[in-house]
Design a protein around this ligand. Structure first.
Ligand code: ARG
Length: 461
């Protein structure tokens, strides 16, 4: 069977190489099922509007119902067709004859057809992504609930900074994933408008009903401008951008799992099921799952950049360049979707080590900030003066009553001991648990605050 779209205007002497180069068939598997639904909606509308007669409509609908039930016949996927739209039309005409089959493409073009298919498929993908993200957020909230009292070091510049809790750390990721859901849903809303009926770009002179096809295919509304409808892929850029932002966050969590599972840190042990070993070093247990996921962030960002670069500078309206964009959309969305599921499994099966976290939580003078705050609260010092005193004491090599007193004399010419500072008070201020418990402002790590935050986030979820 020939590609009937070419029959009138072009000879058929194309090399296989060129056919392969031009055909979107490999990627069209992703939208083929949607295309059958688009055909059905279009056909129902043509029939309701009296644009196609009953006999042709019935024959076509019977054939389309067969495609819906059993799949589109394999020959429609041959690369001699430019795409599944042309392949499916040729097969339909083969089944019901050109007198009937040749009428389905009235009042439309492949340009509006493909844009409609991509939006429908992307809607499903975005819903699946939001669902998967919400499952991951639920797990993070469960884990946070188990670890509101698990004191651990917090880092800036990857240096011990101030004590926090594992719950606080996990809640930080849950917050970012919550915003990711917002971005994905925003992309969904803008993808959910129907291009069908825009035809090549200039709409059509047939008396079509775009409201009807949009409603049948579950869209919020028909797109308002027929040139925009076939030209834009901004909804795809937006979806990829949401995925790329989300994967940037996911990759940070993965990086932390890699670092935390090292022998230096040992904050976590990943399950064997998410680890690999070495073909030469028999002792090795490597966090490959987290590493592959860290890299997927690059894959998704690459898909976004490819898609952006393809659309940049394209004149109105449809250009074939747009075909080259679509596989990047599926690749990026799929990589993000896979990653979210695997990440949830990796975290659900990981063993955290509160003992190691506790042991590290006071290291690197990480409670120095709280000590300075105590000097401010209890001795009325300006914060900058207290900051300098504690910093000078650290420089002396220890934080205790002796160094603090010496530092206070040096920096400010005052005696803290003279005002009643004792070794016990210093020791109490240096306790990581005290530092955490004091931080009960909104968003802080104090167990009372993270417990409140978990309940609030659960409500939002
Ligand atoms: N395969 C094409 C795509 O993915 C469908 C639209 C083809 N339109 C055209 N004028 N050749 O974009």
């Amino acid at each position: 069977q020939r590609d009937l779209v070419r029959r009138g205007r072009l000879s058929d002497d194309r090399t296989g190489e060129v056919m392969h180069f031009l055909s979107s068939m490999a990627a069209d598997h992703e939208i083929a099922d949607m295309d059958v639904l688009v055909d059905m909606a279009h056909l129902l509308m043509l029939s309701r509007q009296g644009i196609i007669d009953r006999a042709a409509a019935e024959a076509l609908m019977r054939a389309l119902l067969g495609f819906h039930r059993d799949g589109i016949p394999a020959e429609a996927y041959d690369e001699r067709f430019e795409d599944i739209h042309a392949g499916k039309e040729a097969v339909l005409i083969g089944q019901v004859g050109e007198a009937f089959g040749g009428r389905l493409h009235m009042a439309r073009s492949r340009n509006d057809e493909v844009a409609t298919c991509i939006r429908m498929r992307l809607r499903d993908d975005l819903i699946a992504l939001v669902e998967e993200t919400c499952r991951l957020r639920g797990l993070l909230l469960d884990l946070a609930g188990e670890h509101t009292e698990t004191i651990m070091p917090g880092f800036t510049h990857l240096q011990h900074a101030q004590p926090t809790t594992l719950a606080h750390h996990l809640l930080a990721y849950e917050a970012a994933l919550g915003r990711d859901c917002g971005r994905l849903l925003g992309a969904y809303g803008r993808a959910n408008e129907c291009p069908l009926g825009a035809a090549a770009f200039a709409s059509t002179g047939f008396a079509i009903d775009r409201e009807m096809t949009a409603a049948l295919l579950g869209f919020e509304r028909p797109m308002g401008n027929s040139m925009d409808a076939v030209s834009t892929r901004d909804f795809a850029l937006e979806a990829l951008s949401a995925c790329a932002v989300q994967m940037a966050t996911v990759s940070r969590l993965c990086e932390e799992m890699v670092v935390w599972s090292t022998a230096f840190v040992r904050f976590v042990t990943l399950a064997d099921g998410y680890s690999s070993t070495s073909s030469i070093m028999p002792q090795k247990k490597n966090p490959d799952t987290a590493e592959i996921m860290r890299a997927k962030a690059g894959t998704v960002a690459g898909s976004l950049v490819a898609a952006l670069t393809i659309t940049k500078g394209l004149p109105m309206s449809y250009n074939r360049d747009l075909q080259e964009l679509t596989p990047h959309l599926w690749r990026g969305v799929e990589a993000a979707h896979q990653s979210l599921g695997v990440l949830r499994g990796m975290l659900a099966t990981a063993t955290f080590h509160p003992d190691r976290m506790a042991a590290e939580s006071g290291c690197g003078f990480s409670t120095a900030t709280e000590l300075a705050d105590v000097l401010v609260r209890e001795y009325g010092l300006p914060f900058r003066t207290a900051h300098s005193i504690v910093g000078r004491a650290v420089k002396m090599g220890a934080l205790d009553l002796t160094t603090l007193e010496a530092a206070a004399q040096e920096v400010a010419g005052l005696s803290l001991c003279g005002q009643g500072l004792t070794a016990e008070r210093v020791a109490a201020a240096l306790d990581p648990a005290f530092s955490v418990a004091e931080r009960k402002a909104i968003g802080g790590p104090a167990p009372s605050e993270t417990t409140r935050a978990i309940a609030e986030r659960r409500r939002l979820l």
